[in-house]
Design a binder for this molecule. Structure first.
Ligand code: 13P
Length: 250
């Protein structure tokens, strides 16, 4: 069966020293509980190797992005093999902030997904509509197209390695969470889109996380929905106490 997962996305926050301290704090807190979910933190590239050195296997580690090329003359980029060499096991791909501010398209995301998989990194692949698409009623089609365009060239075996994250752009960092019913509607839709392409078994085994102003006070209701398998947490992952409040919502 699919896993429940709570993953933090630190985005461009914390200095190296602050990040290492936060990772230690989260790991120490995790050591004191028996979480009913996998717990992952996705951190800036600069923090990966030092954080890997201070956490244990109760806490998974991921990057927030990787390059769409394996190596070469791409100044400033960080490749999937480089990420993997730090000890990280996950990589967030297709976050709406990357699509919106850095022009990432389904074409570049396809390359990134392939490179991540080739380097044994589990992509946490983000999809989600903007407010206008929610309001004009196209949101289900928009998300379906995002999945089809970037992921449907994958074999069923490779698709099974992915984690998906539904993040309605209008809910990210706004304090405006999707209701648990809105999340469930979309997550059930995503699972059906997967089922139509890869079959019921792959669909049932895919973890689909919700992201967008998820916090300790709303996590329990969201995670109680049958198709919501956890959360991708931005702001609330920057405080160990808040993040643990979400982890223990399962
Ligand atoms: P917030 O939790 O800050 O809304 O961010 C969600 C997100 O973008 C996680 O990837």
């Amino acid at each position: 069966m699919r896993k429940n997962i709570v993953a933090g996305n630190w985005k461009m926050n914390t200095t190296l020293q602050e990040g290492v301290a936060l990772a230690k704090e989260v790991n120490d807190a995790l050591d004191k509980v028996t979480p009913k979910c996998d717990v992952i933190i996705c951190v800036p590239f600069t923090h990966l190797a030092p954080v890997a050195g201070v956490i244990n296997d109760k806490l998974g580690l991921g990057a927030e992005n990787c390059a769409d090329h394996k190596s070469g003359a791409y100044t400033g980029e960080v490749s999937a093999p480089m990420v993997a060499s730090t000890g990280a096991k996950y990589v967030i791909l297709g976050h709406s902030e990357r699509r919106q501010y850095y022009g990432e398209t389904s074409e570049t995301l396809k390359e990134k997904v392939n490179l991540a998989l080739a380097n044994n990194l589990t992509p946490i692949f983000c999809i989600g509509e903007v407010l206008e698409q929610r309001e004009n009623g196209t949101y289900l089609d928009v998300v379906k197209a995002q999945i089809e365009e970037a992921l449907f060239d994958l074999s069923a075996e490779d698709f099974s390695k992915l984690i998906l994250a539904y993040e309605p752009v209008w809910a990210i960092g706004t304090g405006k969470t999707a209701t648990d019913d809105q999340a469930e509607e979309m997550h059930a839709h995503i699972r059906k889109v997967i089922e139509d392409k890869y079959g019921k078994e792959v669909a049932e085994n895919t973890s689909i996380l919700y992201g967008g102003s998820c916090k300790p006070s709303n996590a329990q209701a969201l995670f109680a929905k049958p198709n919501v398998d956890g959360g991708l947490i931005g702001g609330a992952s920057l405080k160990a106490e808040d993040f643990m409040g979400i982890v223990t919502a399962f």
